[in-house]
Structures are given as structure tokens and as C-alpha cells.
Design a protein around this ligand. Sequence first.
Ligand SMILES: [Zn+2]
Length: 151
Amino acid sequence: MAFHTHIAKQVAGNIEYQGRRLYYRNAVKILAGDEADVQAQVKDGALHTVDLYRNQNTVTAKCTCNAFARNSEPCKHIWATILVVDAKGFLQGKDNSDPRHLVGIKDEELEAGLTASGASTPVAQEYTRLIRERIVQLQRIAEPSREQAVK
Ligand SMILES: [Zn+2]
């Protein structure tokens, strides 16, 4: 129920702030949600569609906005959706646990990963490498603040 506290330091501060504002403005409308999948619409001027998918401890996320198209990093719409997900108890998995990681992934990247058969094909390997790389980046950003949080 507190997914966002695990990953709050894994997103940029301004994204966290802007996402929270959208959340408090009730800009997020959940279209479908369960323990593994969430689809939402976020009204931020235009309407953006956010998709979240949980696989083990990691949630992959995508959004239809321009910022996400540019850099594949979790945007304010994804963050706003995650706050709703926590409030409603989605994405808790089969074992009712909080996810630990968040990874932005574009459609074409996701499709490449899903259609690749077996972990040994080059496309599947590239997909796995990409995901690992982004998770490591996020953890690296999270390190300093985790120490502060322990005190
Ligand atoms: Zn977005």
C-alpha cells in the first residue's frame, strides 16, 4: 500500500511534485486496475494515457505525453497515477507486496521484449539489458536519500 514511498526518491523531485499536484487535483481517472495491471487517463490540459504493468518486483510504466516520448523516464502523469494506485491498493501482486522498482518503457521497446521468444535471442537480451540498466540508474539516484531517510 506504500509503493510510492519505495520509489519516491527514484524519480526527479520536480516530477514528484508535479505528479502530486495532479493527484490532489483529481486529474487521474483509473480505467482498469488489478494486482498486475493499471490503465489510467490523466487530465493535464490534454488527456494522457498511462499504463503500468507489474512483473515480479518491478513496475514498467509508459505514458502518451511528449516528455515520456523524449526520454522514457517516469513523468508527472505516471507519478500521479502511482499515488492513486497506492490509495486503491492496485499492483500488489499475487503475494500482496509492494513493488520496489519503476522503469519507464516505450511501446516499441516493450513489444520487442514481448515478441522476442526465449531469453537467448538478441532482441530479448537487449530488452533485458535495457531494463537492468534503467533500474540500476534509478537505484543510483536513490542511494543518498535512502541514508537520510534512515537517520
Ligand atoms: Zn506523461
